[in-house]
Design a protein around this ligand. Structure first.
Ligand code: NAD
Ligand code: UGA
Length: 472
């Protein structure tokens, strides 16, 4: 029986391993983590992450061939294939701070693998890492002098949150990079055999290590670039009377462009786009390629511009001040169908409005009050560094006076001067907007950061509606 161990029971490690366990009943899969509460949650009825379809997959195989454990060393030492799916956030201090990937967690996982291994292993980079990381990891692993062979593979993950299970069941491709040596090729075949249980062979792409590592950064950069491109167009649409949805549709019907990922928004969020592009920028700079670095940096700049533009539009249209005014924030997660708030545009928008002394009433169906308060108190880039998880206290009390988190959209909206829709949750489309209007201060403003409400209908009710990239 092949044994797989995955280090890191997060948004990637958990769902990915659950699907491998489901599709490969003869393989034992153990997901390990140093975070005890996270592992306890994986072993409970309340999984640590919200992901449609995940509960069902976990229920089918947990306790059979899928296990969650904090006994990291034991399970790593017993495994044939070790996936490393730990967090690789942006560095907050030292060389490359604010750009480079922080590989502390990766390095400590690699050192531990080297220390506890007693048999040959395939070590799989599942985390997103800078190109050439495998070389450094190899050096750490081969430092172990027990004559054990380690073969490193790069197998980046392309799932998106909210659709993780569907993406894992039916991936556009699985990418496996390895050394171009006979041992490297054998390792590739071993991992390919795992995915071949359910992924058609022509969708399993095999490359060299560096192409696989770089392809992951490139894919995220290209995806984010599309959003920044359409968001840049949205600003021009607002200035000219063009409608960004019509522009997106028109260009998306060109098969060379394609229709996906052209939704203008308040800005992209999520744990990876920004950090991976910053990482790419840093690698370009380190390789003496400033023009390439500046090209990709612009994707982040446009995203920041879009969030600032949204806040400025709210303040300027509400008579140049939101001081003391109640603003309802509908949605805090970085996209629908997830409770994840990492790098959500809602953080920057809320901070911008708080800076103008607004009173915020926030509702999200999947995000807790504790999480929202923590996010609003944390410094940029600190969110994924466990040591920094404590909010800094001086600003907290002010925030608590200005922010309330409620459990119902109608509660958030009651007596508000304006509404900001920041996540495209389906329930926001289905609200009784007549009732909403009656319960708001007048004039009643709505700023739709996701273009989900029916602006025409809302204007008929009496709302002043601002959509992204659409005429007023
Ligand atoms: P996460 O923070 O949800 O999970 C990482 C887990 O690793 C944490 O639970 C942490 O406790 C654990 N960990 C850290 N160091 C450890 C160690 N030494 N030993 C054991 N456990 C350790 O992160 P995530 O969202 O799952 O992302 C993981 C990686 O996958 C990142 O590199 C990310 O860029 C990449 N990725 C993420 C997504 C996504 O949608 N979230 C998609 C594709 C790729
Ligand atoms: C993204 C990629 O889509 C995944 O392929 C990748 O594996 C993952 O990052 C990662 O490496 O972490 P994710 O961040 O989970 O996945 O979600 P997306 O659906 O890509 O959305 C990212 C952000 O872009 C969200 O805030 C979303 O609202 C926004 N977005 C997306 C737009 O504003 N417009 C669009 O047209 C699409």
């Amino acid at each position: 029986m092949v044994k797989i161990c995955c280090i890191g029971a997060g948004y990637v490690g958990g769902p990915t391993m659950a699907v491998i366990a489901l599709k490969c009943p003869e393989i034992e899969v153990v997901v390990v983590d140093i975070a005890v509460p996270r592992i306890n949650a994986w072993n409970s009825d309340q999984l640590p992450i919200y992901e449609p379809g995940l509960d069902d997959v976990v229920k089918q195989c947990r306790g059979k061939n899928l296990f969650f454990s904090t006994d990291v060393e034991k399970h790593v030492s017993e495994a044939d294939i070790v996936f490393v799916s730990v967090n690789t956030p942006t560095k907050t201090q030292g060389l490359g701070a604010g750009k480079a990937a922080d590989l502390t967690y990766w390095e400590s996982a690699a050192r531990m693998i080297a220390d506890v291994s007693k048999s040959d292993k395939i070590v799989v980079e599942k985390s997103t890492v800078p190109v050439k990381t495998a070389e450094a990891i190899e050096r750490i692993l081969t430092h172990n002098r027990k004559g054990i062979n380690f073969n490193i593979l790069s197998n980046p993950e392309f799932l998106a949150e909210g659709t993780a299970i569907a993406d894992l069941f039916n991936p556009d491709r699985v990418l496996i990079g390895g050394r171009e040596t006979p041992e490297g090729q054998k390792a590739i075949q071993a991992l390919k055999a795992v995915y071949a249980h359910w992924v058609p062979e022509d969708r399993i792409l095999c490359t060299n290590l560096w192409s696989a590592e770089l392809s992951k950064l490139a894919a995220n950069a290209f995806l984010a670039q599309r959003i920044s491109s359409v968001n840049a167009m949205s600003a021009l649409c607002e200035a000219t009377g063009a409608d960004v949805s019509q522009v997106s549709h028109s260009i998306g019907t060109d098969s060379r462009i394609g229709p996906k990922f052209l939704n203008a928004s308040v800005g992209f969020g999520g744990s990876c786009f920004q950090k991976d592009i910053l990482n790419l920028v840093y690698i370009c700079e380190c390789n003496g390629l400033p023009e390439v670095a500046n090209y990709w940096k612009q994707v982040i700049k446009v995203n920041d511009y879009q969030k600032t533009r949204f806040v400025n539009r709210v303040v300027s249209s509400m008579f140049n001040t939101v001081s003391g005014k109640k603003i309802a924030i509908l949605g805090f997660a970085f996209k629908k169908d997830t409770g994840d708030t990492r790098e959500t545009p809602a953080i920057d928008v809320c901070k911008g409005l708080l800076g103008d002394k607004a009173k915020l009433s926030i509702y999200d169906p999947q995000v807790t009050e504790e999480q929202i308060m923590r996010d609003l108190s944390m410094k940029k880039f600190d969110w994924d560094h466990p040591a920094h998880l404590q909010p800094s206290s001086p600003t907290t009390s002010n925030k608590q006076q200005q922010v309330s988190v409620v459990f119902d959209a109608y509660e958030a909206i009651k007596d508000a001067h304006g509404i900001c829709v920041l996540t495209e949750w389906d329930e926001f489309k289905a609200l009784d907007y007549q009732k909403v209007y009656e319960n708001m201060q007048k004039p009643a403003f709505i700023f739709d950061g996701r273009n989900v409400v029916d602006a025409k209908k809302l204007r008929e009710i009496g709302f002043i509606v601002y959509s992204i990239g659409k005429p007023l």
